[in-house]
Write a new protein. Structure first.
Length: 162
């Protein structure tokens, strides 16, 4: 009988460890703050030019802040999130979505997206490199996406700057 209890206890512990790994419940209470500086170019290069920007609105989680795409003096493009805040979670990424906005999960999945990388922190200013081949006329929204649960935390529809 004791060997049966030992097996049951081992199975329960493995199940609890698996559930913890999948859901990462501590992230509900622990914020990951980041405060990256804006990328600087050499003094001889042109000043950064704002290409597009938009304010985040909530999806599955309260999400706030501004998403702005800049073209730097060296020609590279950067997505900058400022005054940014959302929920923390496991496996959260920054996506460009091929839609004017994404208010639900299905829009992100059906419209198509380009991943810019893992979210660096759920609070604070941060930068992401925008690949040269990203067509900003097609990818018109920035979404914070939880890949583990296929959930749209929040989206910033982008407006092109003139």
């Amino acid at each position: 009988m004791s060997s049966r209890k030992l097996i049951v206890a081992a199975v329960v512990l493995i199940a609890l460890a698996g559930a913890w790994y999948a859901f990462r419940p501590e992230r509900l209470f622990i914020n990951q703050k980041v405060n990256e500086q804006f990328p600087t170019a050499s003094a001889a290069a042109m000043a950064p030019m704002k290409l597009a920007s938009g304010e985040f609105h909530a999806g599955a989680h309260e999400t706030k802040g501004t998403a702005t795409i800049f073209q730097l003096g060296d020609g590279k493009r950067t997505l900058r999130l400022t005054n940014f805040a959302t929920s923390n979670g496991p496996d959260v990424h920054v996506y460009f979505v091929a839609a004017p906005d994404a208010k639900d999960n299905d829009t992100v999945k059906s419209a198509g997206f380009i991943e810019l990388g893992s979210l660096k922190g759920n609070i604070g200013d941060q930068n992401y490199d925008v690949p040269a081949n990203v067509d900003l006329a097609k990818y018109r929204a920035v979404t914070i996406w939880c890949a583990r649960f296929n959930v749209n935390f929040g989206t910033a529809p982008l407006t092109v700057q003139n």
